[in-house]
Design a protein around this ligand. Structure first.
Ligand code: PEP
Ligand code: CO
Length: 469
């Protein structure tokens, strides 16, 4: 934390030529102007003037994150890109306002922290911690509308746009929800900062994070044994007189998909230190599989801001298109700037990933390679639930590691949809959740998430793979 940013005037609604406009009497450009490019997956806002008012409001609200924090994350990701660290990204597919509670935020944070401890200890490697959190309120959907029993309404586009309730009025996009998303993100970040800087993330709490785990949980028990070892190591270090600050607090970063540009564009600010634009809606933003057109508005948006950026790459990715994206998003080859988040599916990863990795590595671009083993492995269960097989998740992770090992590139991280609660949304895992149990506790607003047990199990597996590299 630390650097200040300049607050801006209202972003132009007219989106004239790309570039920045200087404020009168100021040396620094203060307003980012957005060119009118094709933007896929934007909400069908019914009231343009209400939207304009909301954009104007967003444009003067305080930043949620600071440019200096984004730079720090980029530096940490540069260490990942060069093979000296691992990045863990985890959280909800779609955050909801209803679940933006202290308990839910703490549970998700705790799950990521526990996974990170397992990875750090098992792989003996620094782990950069990133939450799909405090901004993940917007969803691209496969169809713009949904029909049930003859009634057709807008698809649910995330709490930041409309309500999940299947009713015409509830599904009407409401720009006021952009402000609500900002406020919810602000409250979540405030709590996350308090937890991670104020003692909760102290490594001496490794046992405490595990306390509410079910007694017969194999992953919880395994974790407990590791936590005891970590405690002994910490006690030894303390006895030797070492008590570094790093053990007491954790740097935790917020990430979300930069999807709804009417939210993202007004939340771009000029960093007063450098005069460069940054998104202040989150530390790390990614461009989704459906909006990564190199000529489209989302990629242009990502190219304009100086935050570290992710791009999702699905199984149909043409390796040359990946290179074009890199040239556009990181022409200066800034280390840590780009993470390529591959989500190929367990059955395709070994076939399609090698070509992409080889071409990118040969191009001279140094990227962070991240495995998203969720989005290529979604299917519908016989009960009609969207689900994922834990074995497929593991299968894609193994394929990802094998491909990178064969090529000699660094498998830099994992991007997981998870929750801290004992939901039943993905089938399999040690507790063997079966399809007929999916309805027991199926709570996601969008894609199925790993529960805490499954998340920890995955972390143990990856720490074994990383540790044996
Ligand atoms: C997501 O991360 O929730 C998502 C929609 O992913 P993708 O863009 O990879 O499909
Ligand atoms: Co998802």
């Amino acid at each position: 934390m630390g650097s200040s940013v300049t607050l801006l005037g209202v972003t132009s609604q007219l989106r004239p030529a790309p570039g920045f406009e200087s404020a009168a009497g100021s040396e620094l450009p203060t307003v980012v102007q957005w060119p009118d490019l094709p933007a896929a997956h934007q909400p069908p806002w019914p009231d343009a003037s209400a939207l304009d008012r909301v954009r104007a409001q967003l444009a003067v609200l305080p930043p949620l994150v600071f440019a200096g924090e984004c730079d720090q994350l980029r530096a940490e990701l540069a260490a990942v890109a060069s093979g000296n660290a691992f990045v863990l990204m985890g959280g909800d597919c779609a955050e909801t306002f209803a679940a933006n509670t202290a308990d839910s935020i703490r549970a998700r944070l705790k799950t990521v922290l526990q996974m990170a401890v397992v990875l750090t200890y098992g792989a003996q490697m620094p782990v950069v911690k990133v939450g799909r959190m405090a901004g993940q309120y917007f969803k691209p959907r496969s169809a713009p509308t949904e029909t049930r029993d003859g009634l057709t309404v807008n698809s649910y586009l995330g709490d930041g746009v409309n309500e999940i309730v299947f009713e015409e009025a509830a599904r009407r996009p409401d720009p006021q929800r952009l402000i609500e998303a900002y406020n919810a993100s602000s409250a979540a970040l405030n709590l996350v900062r308090a937890f991670t800087q104020g003692g909760y993330a102290d490594l001496r709490q490794v046992h405490a994070w595990n306390q509410d785990f079910v007694r017969d949980s194999p992953a919880g028990q395994r974790y407990e044994a590791w936590a005891a070892e970590i405690d002994r190591a910490l006690a030894f270090m303390q006895a030797c007189g070492a008590d570094p600050e790093e053990f007491r607090r954790v740097d935790f970063y917020a990430a979300h998909e930069a999807l709804v540009l009417d939210y993202e564009e007004p939340l771009v600010r000029i960093d007063s230190r450098t005069g460069n634009p940054y998104s202040v809606s989150g530390h790390f933003l990614w461009v989704g599989e459906r909006t990564r057109d190199p000529e489209g508005a989302h990629v242009n948006f990502a190219a304009t801001i100086n935050n570290p950026i992710g791009v999702k790459l699905g199984p149909t990715t043409d390796p040359d298109a990946a290179l074009r994206l890199l040239d556009k998003l990181n022409p200066d080859h800034i280390p840590g700037r780009i993470s390529l988040i591959t989500r190929m599916g367990a059955s395709k990863v070994r076939e399609v990933l090698p070509n992409i990795v080889e071409k990118v590595e040969a191009s001279g671009h140094q990227v962070v390679w991240v495995c998203d083993p969720m989005h290529g492995n979604t299917r519908t269960s016989s009960s009609g639930h969207k689900t994922r097989q834990f074995d497929d998740v593991i299968g894609e992770v193994r394929g990802f590691f094998d491909v990178h090992k064969a090529i000699g590139s660094h498998p830099g991280g994992m991007h997981i949809e998870l929750t801290g609660d004992d939901v039943t949304e993905c089938v399999g895992g040690t507790f063997g959740i079966e399809e007929h149990q999916l309805a027991d506790r199926y709570e996601t607003a969008c894609d199925p998430r790993l529960n805490r047990e499954q998340s920890l199990e995955l972390a143990f597996l990856v720490s074994e793979i990383l540790g044996s590299k």
